[in-house]
Design a protein around this ligand. Structure first.
Ligand SMILES: *Cc1c(COP(=O)(O)O)cnc(C)c1O
Length: 375
């Protein structure tokens, strides 16, 4: 049996070796390392794949989120609503820009932002909502769009884990994750569903004015060379990463299908185990399984399970062990332990199993048997 890993990038690479290598070689041959043709080409291909007007490549997903908030022209003190159960980058950029992160709880079933909590968190200072499509499933965007419209708020989607997930509106309209709100952000970190071989990210929008502004911000606030109309940052996708992404993008749908197939295997194997709750998928969205995350019954000793799995050569991770409001750097007199009961319950009961495009049946059988044996 092949070694089991949380993510198996090597086996994935073996299948696209030729395209990746020749793409990288081309970049080196042309020495067009930054803002090269590969970046423009990738941008156009991704716009086509997503059905969105503008893709703005960035240096990573965190930069994408930061540039998005800068593009909205928010002022210090403006409030931005984010879920407490997420990767830190979502709130980090809010805090860095001097904006006020307003934390809300998530739903137990989807791990995504709770609509009721969002409604309660809105104040006259609220300017934007940043839903995170956690683990690869879209948040309830139709409800969020209603709230945003009613209160005149922006929506910046953190689609770092959900690229390719499809949202279906109640009128049947289908839109790709990250292209539903005013702005969407993604990451091409190697372990993400569309990962490059270093750092990378992108911003999506259908708004021409916002796109022009964010494109300038990502490039030192420059519109005409050496004329800086805005205070910006330096955040670019490099050409070598674009070459890798160009080789991988045509496979994204089959990568998603492979993840969904592995998830279906896990779901079936754990279906009759009362101590395990498997991920659910809402009918308004597809799930691209950036992570496959179980919820364990309170009777399960999660540490013992994780250690037992490790001894059998199976990695398992806790995403995320500490919600935002309990992080040291984000301590805030507005929040205390107990304020976000769902997130606090999740941090104690979640466990993510290996999930990637190269899991085979032998590995899945071995993993599921081990979990059921140890639990
Ligand atoms: C990965 C990730 C980010 C940050 O992306 P980087 O490319 O690592 O900066 C932000 N938000 C979420 C939810 C992520 O998973």
């Amino acid at each position: 049996m092949k070694k089991i890993q949380m993510v198996d990038l090597k086996s994935q690479y073996e299948k696209i070796r030729e395209q990746v290598n020749s793409g990288i070689q081309e970049v080196i041959d042309t020495t067009s390392f930054v803002k090269g043709g590969k970046v423009t080409e990738f941008q156009a291909e991704l716009e086509k794949y997503l059905g969105v007007k503008h893709v703005i490549p960035t240096g990573n997903g965190t930069d994408a989120l930061q540039i998005a908030l800068m593009g909205l022209g928010l002022k210090p003190g403006d409030e931005v609503i984010t879920p407490t159960f997420t990767f830190i980058a979502t709130a980090e950029v809010v805090a860095l820009l001097g904006l006020t992160p307003v934390v809300v709880d998530v739903d137990m079933d989807t791990f995504n932002m709770s609509i009721e909590s969002v409604k309660k968190a809105i104040t006259p200072k609220t300017k934007a909502i940043v839903p995170v499509h956690l683990f690869g499933q879209n948040a309830n965007m139709e409800e969020l769009l209603k709230i945003a419209k009613e209160h005149n708020l922006y929506i910046v989607e953190d689609a770092c884990q959900s690229i390719g997930a499809e949202y279906t509106f109640s009128d049947g309209r289908k839109v790709k994750s990250g292209c539903i709100g005013n702005i969407g952000c993604t990451s091409f970190f190697p372990s993400k569903n569309l990962g490059c071989y270093g750092d990378g990210g992108a911003i999506f929008t259908n708004d021409d004015d916002l796109a022009a502004k964010m494109r300038a911000i990502a490039n030192h606030g420059m519109v005409v060379r050496y004329h800086h109309d805005l205070i910006g940052v330096n955040s670019r996708l490099d050409s070598i990463q674009a070459a890798v992404l160009l080789a991988k993008l045509p496979h994204l749908d089959e990568y998603i299908a492979a993840r969904q197939k592995a998830a279906a295997y896990y779901n079936k194997a754990f279906a009759s185990c009362p101590k395990i709750t498997t991920p659910i998928c809402k009918d308004f969205t597809t799930h691209v399984f950036h992570q496959y995350t179980l919820k364990l019954d309170a009777s399960v000793d999660r540490n013992a399970l994780q250690t037992g799995l490790k001894e059998k050569g199976i990695p398992a991770m806790i995403y995320y062990p500490v919600p935002l409001h309990l992080q040291k750097a984000y301590q805030d007199p507005r929040y205390k332990k107990g304020d976000f009961p769902v997130a606090e319950k999740l941090m104690d009961c979640v466990l993510s199993l290996p999930m990637h495009t190269e899991l085979d049946e032998e590995q899945l059988e071995y993993i599921t048997k081990a979990v059921l044996e140890l639990i």
